[in-house]
Design a binder for this molecule. Structure first.
Ligand code: SF4
Length: 492
């Protein structure tokens, strides 16, 4: 992560920076004699003291040294975007290695960046983090951090991450904990790889590091491995079938409750929704999930949260906005049963005509059942098949809904970080580059993203009524959170 300063892109008129003679194009090299590594590091350094001592390099190569009385605030500059740090590991179930060929370049980029882990909850194996970087996490208090442990048994971890030097994850975690950093952890579980005694050891080791105060393992989630049909030349990994998922869910559900009881009712061990959806089991009630919905982005509690919201929404006057609407909802097979149940309840309550279609993923293979990895071509195929089956004299449907999570544009945030040499597509494009406007034009009916709940969806349907999705084009802001996210697909 060592860089030679960070370039200043803009200087706010009338700002402290302008008064100090700082100009766009200058490179900020040091604050208080410490090298400026990136935007996050700048925030840390600039807010540390009431007066900032700066060293900059001018475009002509000369150096400017100045100090600014900033009272511990920013000085009015925008810095160049940081480049995402790229992973050099070789995990046996890495999703990127299992991507079909021919997708755009950004989808093959593996990020492994502690800054994204801190800012956005991306999981990192810490394999690319040396001691200096771990010390930086401590110094800048980048807490909590999200760590993919997978297994604490060194031999098992080496097998999982494919790197003989990365067996001892506990050493790295302990260094962070000793520095007062909290850690959310996860294990992606594959049968025969890190289940059984290896999983038990992982649970015990991390459980022993849950403590009061700073420097604690805040949670451990287990997520079933996700395999696509594109594993040619990759190591054999056994998939989690419904029988294994059922056995796992039933075995560990009581343990979640037991550990929560010992933790003032706050769940610490977290089971991803997919254990239940793959097994065809009902997801547990609200108390099974942490009060703050910890690891929601990792697929823990999404279904329960959706059900809770739906129950309240259907009883509210706003639900009448669905009355009479004929809507086709496309989603992945894992979420379809839940969504169908909720749609039926809404139909009964307000007289709407919502229909759910479990959409097969032909692009990645039918083993991939999450909504967030459906491609435009899969959704188009499912919508046409539904039209053939259901178009009658009164027409087909008034609108088609696609999962918002299938419109995720990239593997990480883009306002602050760039993906090395890669152009990130616009919002409103599916993984296979088909755009929402193109799909809407093909289907000939308004086609809208789902949002995260029935309320978001109604906002979108009403926006379509107003012509905000004219020709499928998004004329105003829409809810980007999805009804169902890919489970850890991009943040393994
Ligand atoms: S799973 Fe994550 S850490 Fe492992 S190879 Fe893929 S991107 Fe790297």
């Amino acid at each position: 992560m060592a860089q030679t300063g960070v370039q200043i892109i803009t200087v706010e008129p009338g700002s402290l920076a302008e008064e100090a003679g700082i100009r766009p194009g200058d490179t900020l090299l040091e604050i208080h004699g410490e090298p400026v590594l990136d935007q996050l590091n700048y925030q840390y350094l600039i807010t540390r003291e009431d007066e900032a001592v700066l060293r900059l390099r001018r475009p002509d190569g000369s150096t400017l040294e100045t100090s600014v009385e900033n009272g511990g605030e920013g000085i009015g500059v925008d810095l160049a975007q940081d480049e995402v740090k790229v992973c050099r590991q070789n995990c046996v179930f890495c999703f990127v290695h299992q991507m079909p060929k021919g997708f755009r370049k950004s989808l093959y980029l593996k990020d492994e960046d502690i800054r994204l882990s801190f800012l956005y909850g991306h999981f990192t194996t810490l394999s690319s983090s040396d001691d200096a970087e771990l010390d930086r996490i401590v110094r800048e208090r980048l807490s909590p951090i999200h760590v993919s442990v997978h297994a604490t048994d060194p031999a098992a971890r080496i097998r999982v991450v494919g790197n003989p030097r990365e067996g001892d994850i506990l050493r790295k975690i302990d260094r962070l904990l000793a520095g007062g950093i909290d850690v959310h952890t996860q294990a992606v579980v594959a049968p025969g790889l890190n289940d059984g005694a290896i999983w038990q050891q992982t649970l015990d080791d991390l459980g022993a590091r849950r403590r009061e105060g700073r420097g604690s393992v805040l949670s451990l989630s287990c997520v079933p491995v996700g395999l696509t049909a594109h594993r040619d030349g990759l190591p054999t990994v056994q998939d989690v079938d419904p029988a294994f998922a059922r056995e796992w869910a039933l075995r560990w559900k009581p343990e979640v409750r037991r550990l929560a009881a010992a933790n003032e009712g706050e769940p610490w061990l977290l089971l991803a929704d997919e254990w239940f959806t793959r097994a065809g089991l009902e997801v547990p009630g609200r108390a099974f999930y942490s009060r703050s919905w910890a690891q929601l982005e990792n697929g823990v509690g999404l279904v329960r949260r959706f059900l809770e919201h739906s129950r309240r929404f259907i009883r509210s006057p706003r639900a009448q906005g669905y009355a009479g609407r004929r809507v086709l909802l496309l989603t992945g097979p894992s979420f379809a049963p839940t969504l169908s149940r909720v749609a039926a309840e809404l139909n009964r309550a307000v007289g709407s005509h919502l229909r759910v279609v479990a959409t097969k993923n032909f692009s990645f293979g039918e083993t991939v059942t999450v909504a967030g990895l459906l491609c435009g071509a899969d959704l188009k195929y499912a919508a046409h098949a539904d039209r053939e089956a259901h178009e009658g004299r009164a027409g087909w449907v008034d609108a088609v809904v696609v999962p918002s999570s299938s419109l995720r544009t990239h593997t990480g945030p883009t306002d602050q970080y760039t993906l090395r040499g890669v152009v990130v597509r616009e919002e409103g494009t599916f993984l296979d580059d088909l755009t929402l406007p193109q799909l809407a034009a093909d289907l000939g009916v308004p086609t809208v993203p789902s949002g995260a709940n029935l309320s978001h969806l109604l906002d979108h349907l009403e926006a379509a009524d107003r012509g905000a999705f004219r020709g499928g084009a998004l004329q105003e802001a829409f809810h980007t959170a999805g009804l169902n996210q890919p489970q850890g697909a991009y943040n393994p």
